[in-house]
Design a protein around this ligand. Structure first.
Ligand SMILES: *[C@@H]1O[C@H](CO)[C@@H](O)[C@H](O)[C@H]1NC(C)=O
Ligand SMILES: *[C@@H]1O[C@H](CO)[C@@H](O)[C@H](O)[C@H]1NC(C)=O
Ligand SMILES: *[C@@H]1O[C@H](CO)[C@@H](O)[C@H](O)[C@H]1NC(C)=O
Ligand SMILES: *[C@@H]1O[C@H](CO)[C@@H](O)[C@H](O)[C@H]1NC(C)=O
Length: 316
């Protein structure tokens, strides 16, 4: 396996096109007219319309991990500029060995990628050497991204009203959390993700300095061997929805806590569904057991032609 050391990739101006042929990766400037990717024109990127996107060109949820052919070691966190699309071509990206320290809460500088408002990260494998996976500093799309061994968190949402949309991909061995929402009043929409061995699938920050209602919508995921699918703060009005999903070996679907903004440990207040905050019903919302067979598959009409070589045993 070839290992590339990438140095001095920064700074990149917003919207700059970086032809990343040296490593096979690509950083593409998003042009609305060509990609049909929806509005990105707002000066406040956090208000970008995230509803109109072309259909994904990768299958989900896929319960096999891709096999990387190449590893890229980033000396510094990589910042995906506002409005840009970073396509990693299914390479493995990570930080230098010894980067993972589960005892310390990481900063943006400890992440592998930071996503600026309106950006997209796609077709990426995050390797085991990292403290933080991806930080989203504003609205972003995270598509077909795979975390091989999560250290602290896989994906953290930050900023004001940040809306994240995760489609496809997967995460393994998240001792702590996969999706963390530290934003003020943010939304997470997670579709077709595969999680194996984790503490918490989604966490609304229980003790951030600025707290507000957060909203998580999770559908069509496969989750195996985890402690909980969600931790939410009903006292801040959080909403959590889960539907059309297959789960196995999950201890609790939702844990409810009394969150605070003084950085103390939140109080446990209960678990299970209700009518206002933990909005799921296993029967009505088709939350069923996973027996190894993905029942609700998305197979793209126009798949990336090169993608299947990273799944030598097939997607399903
Ligand atoms: C899972 O994470 C733990 C804690 O970081 C680590 O010790 C272990 O090696 C990891 N296991 C795998 C299979 O990656
Ligand atoms: C969540 O994302 C999926 C996939 O893009 C989309 O179909 C769905 O409408 C979104 N839901 C919400 C509430 O935005
Ligand atoms: C949370 O998201 C759901 C869609 O999944 C939507 O119906 C609901 O209105 C949202 N709640 C808030 C407060 O935005
Ligand atoms: C869940 O939905 C089913 C079917 O709609 C209904 O019969 C049941 O009472 C609901 N359970 C709860 C706890 O609301």
């Amino acid at each position: 396996m070839r290992s590339t050391l990438l140095l001095a990739l920064l700074p990149l101006a917003t919207g700059q096109v970086l032809d990343w042929t040296a490593t096979g990766g690509k950083l593409l400037q998003k042009r609305q007219s060509e990609t049909g990717d929806g509005s990105q024109g707002d000066t406040d990127g956090t208000q970008a319309d995230i509803s109109q996107r072309p259909p994904p060109r990768f299958p989900f949820p896929v319960t096999k991990f891709p096999v990387a052919k190449e590893t890229v070691v980033l000396e510094n966190a990589f910042y995906v500029p506002a409005g840009a699309t970073f396509d990693g071509g299914m390479k493995r990206f990570q930080r230098p060995e010894g980067s993972c320290n589960e005892q310390a809460e990481g900063t943006d500088a400890d992440a592998v990628f930071n996503l600026l408002p309106g950006s997209t990260i796609r077709n990426v494998i995050i390797g085991k050497h990292q403290a933080e996976g991806i930080h989203a500093l504003g609205d972003a799309w995270v598509e077909n991204v795979w975390w091989e061994d999560v250290c602290e968190d896989a994906l953290t949402s930050k900023g004001l009203n940040t809306q994240l949309r995760v489609i496809g991909g997967g995460a393994m061995n998240a001792t702590d959390k996969i999706f963390q929402d530290n934003s003020l009043g943010g939304k997470y929409n997670i579709t077709g993700f595969y999680a194996h061995t984790f503490g918490t699938f989604y966490q609304s920050c229980g003790n951030c300095l600025n707290q507000a209602k957060r909203n998580a919508t999770i559908q069509n995921v496969v989750a195996v061997d985890g402690l909980r699918m969600g931790i939410i703060n009903p006292n801040h009005g959080d909403e959590f929805r889960l539907k059309d999903s297959q789960i196995e070996g999950i201890e609790t679907i939702v844990v409810k806590e009394i969150g605070n903004n003084v950085q103390t440990v939140p109080y446990f207040m209960g678990s299970g569904p209700d009518e206002k905050y933990a909005l799921y019903n296993e029967t009505r919302d088709s939350i069923v057991a996973f027996n190894g067979d993905v029942t609700n598959r998305y197979e793209p009409e126009d798949p990336y032609e090169w993608l299947e070589e990273f799944w030598p045993d097939g997607f399903w």
